[in-house]
Design a protein around this ligand. Structure first.
Ligand code: FEO
Ligand code: CA
Ligand code: CA
Length: 651
């Protein structure tokens, strides 16, 4: 989500100290991949694999979640493509020798037998239709191989939010329960079966795996908040079963073969009283939210009548796409946040370490270390793995050092928290008390399992150092940070180490800018607002951008062009532009097949208006990508990118 709504993402008024010190961006490390180290790290229990996934395919597919793996220790050819120039056209541009093909746009049926309504370009599909079609606003995406194949698998992706101006006939006029249900059905997660035939990917429809999770799907609640009084509602007096997931942003694969998805800006869907409570204010809730108006026809989203309902969102959710009958779970032990997503590393002794960030101004970065080891047997064998363990929040100190601070009810500054359930539900308040570092909107993370460096994009924070807001500090060194930066850290010893070293991979910017703090230190092609970040199966690092439509191609960002995807050579620090998207879209999510010969990239909200809600009288005002029908409307979609010679992406 680009979020010029992000002006609504500044809820942190705690007084944690800032460090008035600019870090040394020249510090760099040279990273080396090691396939052996990767596989050893990912397969602590030899011989295990989730259903439908061979051990070798599992290792390869898990690599998509972020790890460098170079067979035999030799570095693969990197940046083997010609840079794509920045541009502002309403099309996809990829390097010579590559083809990008739109795939599975919003409204295509996911393939549930007997329920495959065709997309209607006049927005007249019903809510029931939308509930079995691809949602809007494609975001995080992953490929789950079937029977270990790089050419046949499940494409699982998030549908972050909905543009009600495009979604309904007449947009939000004549607002009704049916329109609310359709909007809710356009959110969530989709599972589609896909197969490569020749050089083209096709959706397999019908498929027994095809599935939609929406803002109404039942979810189990796991971890310390399950059953907590703050989680109980009129429809769920036990506080153990929530309806729906929403604003699902980034995603990742777990080493045991499941999908993790972050519930990001959940606060925008609820309506509060004129004067929100202190707890509601700290979580950004307010009277009219983002204007979704769901509360007018679905009282669950009326926080005056149901004040605990918002506490049931803001979690990382876990889905097993291989079992179409499985119940998805909200993993509360990982803490509540405007979660971009969550990413798993494995300690030497086989425990899961889950990193997550909170994409909101001046919020925090978290780490969870599981109590138990990963077991063979996929989702069922690890059904409670993420429910038991220790949650930490990060403090980045000057001098490139940092500390993970445990978040334990009743201990230290958290003396006033009576139980761990309240700590995780009020993770922001607990982090305020612990003096965690207020970051410039942490988005995606990527884990280099060969070197244990963990990368995090900090997309931007134009409020840094402005007025009474926190000043620049070591980790967030620029006032009015309109370009964003990428930070990385590595714990002492293993992923569960208390102390870590850190530095910046890059401060994005443009040397032509007059403002010193907007020049950055990019080597290679310019970009702004890093958001998606992932390692491909061969150890290549990829970065995607999300400049909001109000800022794109204007002001300080004028020379950057449309949102884009770049590769980074970690040995030299060079960034090279690989893809430029259509007008006013966001580039987000990159799912590489295990052989790295296909990458699925999501194009979110082509043609989005600066208000982020289209005028239904003018749905094609900026774009009609990807169909380019004269009377068609823009549709979020995946693009399938292949090298014309069938080679490895990026080579
Ligand atoms: Fe949904 Fe933070 O991007
Ligand atoms: Ca973003
Ligand atoms: Ca994002």
């Amino acid at each position: 989500m680009a979020k010029d709504f992000d002006r609504m993402e500044d809820s942190n008024r705690s007084g944690n100290p800032s460090i008035h010190e600019v870090s040394d961006p020249a510090r760099r490390v040279v990273l080396r991949g090691s396939g052996a180290a990767l596989l050893a790290g990912l397969a602590p229990a030899a011989g295990w694999a989730p259903a439908g996934l061979s051990a070798s395919a599992l290792a390869a597919s898990v690599a998509l979640g972020g790890c460098a793996a170079t067979g035999g220790g030799a570095a693969p050819p990197r940046l083997g493509f010609k840079s794509v120039p920045a541009g502002a056209a309403d099309r996809i541009t990829v390097p010579e020798g590559y083809t990008a093909t739109p795939f599975l746009p919003w409204g295509e049926p996911v393939g549930i037998a007997g329920q495959m309504p065709a997309f209607k370009d006049d927005a007249s599909n019903s809510a029931a239709d939308q509930a079995v079609q691809m949602g809007m606003h494609h975001d995080g995406v992953h490929f789950f191989p079937l029977e270990g194949s790089p050419a046949h698998g499940l494409l699982v992706m998030n549908h972050e939010y909905a543009d009600d101006g495009l979604l309904h006939v007449g947009g939000m006029s004549d607002w009704s329960a049916e329109k609310v249900r359709k909007s809710q059905a356009a959110h969530g997660v989709s599972v589609t079966e896909v197969r490569l035939e020749g050089s083209r990917w096709h959706a397999v429809r019908p498929s027994r795996y095809a599935r939609r999770f929406t803002a109404s799907t039942p979810f189990a609640i796991g971890g310390p908040a399950a059953g907590h009084p703050m989680m109980r509602t009129a429809t769920d007096p036990e506080g153990r079963r929530a309806l729906g997931t929403l604003n699902n942003c980034a995603s990742s694969l777990t080493p045991w073969g499941t999908y993790l998805s972050g519930e990001e800006n959940f606060h925008g869907y609820f309506a509060t009283a004129d004067q929100p409570t202190a707890h509601e204010r700290r979580w950004g809730l307010r009277k009219s939210g983002f204007g979704y108006r769901w509360h007018e026809h679905d009282e669950r989203f009326d926080a005056v009548r149901h004040p605990n309902e918002p506490n049931r969102f803001g979690w990382v959710v876990e889905i097993d796409p291989y079992d179409p009958t499985s119940t998805p779970v909200k993993r509360t032990a990982l803490g509540r946040a405007a979660h971009e997503g969550a990413w798993v590393a494995v300690t030497q002794d086989g425990r899961a370490v889950v990193y997550s960030g909170e994409d909101a101004r001046f919020e925090y970065i978290y780490r969870f270390v599981s109590r138990d080891k990963i077991k063979p047997g996929g989702f069922r064998a690890n059904a409670e793995l993420l429910d038991h363990g220790q949650l930490y929040v990060a403090r980045f100190d000057a001098g490139g050092r940092g500390r993970w601070m445990p978040m334990v009810a009743g201990q230290g500054p958290l003396i006033g928290f009576p139980n761990q359930g309240e700590v995780v539900i009020k993770a922001r308040q607990a982090s305020d008390l612990l003096g965690a570092t207020k970051m410039d909107r942490p988005e995606w993370l990527a884990i280099d399992k060969a070197t244990r460096w963990v990368y995090c994009t900090l997309t931007n924070n134009s409020s840094r150092g402005q007025g009474s807001n926190p000043a620049p500090d070591a980790a967030n060194p620029r006032a009015q940070n309109s370009f964003g930066h990428i930070i990385r850290w590595r714990e002492e010893g293993d992923y569960d180490g208390e102390l870590f070293e850190w530095n910046h991979l890059v401060l994005a910017g443009d040397p032509a800018n007059e403002r010193a703090e907007a020049k950055g230190n990019i080597k290679g092609d310019l970009f702004a607002c890093p958001d998606g970040i992932t390692f491909d199966p061969l150890g290549g690092l990829w970065v995607q951008t999300d400049m909001g439509p109000a800022a794109m191609n204007k002001g300080e960002l004028a020379r950057i062009g449309n949102n884009q995807m770049l590769a980074c050579d970690l040995a030299t620090g060079e960034f090279r532009r690989f893809l430029v998207g259509p007008v006013n879209c966001e580039i987000t999510g990159a799912a590489f097949t295990p052989d790295s010969r296909t990458v699925f990239v999501n194009i979110q909200h082509p043609g989005e208006t600066p208000s982020e809600r289209s005028d239904p009288r003018e749905p094609r005002r900026f774009s009609n990508w990807p169909d380019f029908k004269p009377d068609g409307r823009p549709r979020s979609a995946t693009v399938v990118i292949r090298k014309d010679d069938g080679g490895v992406i990026g080579s």
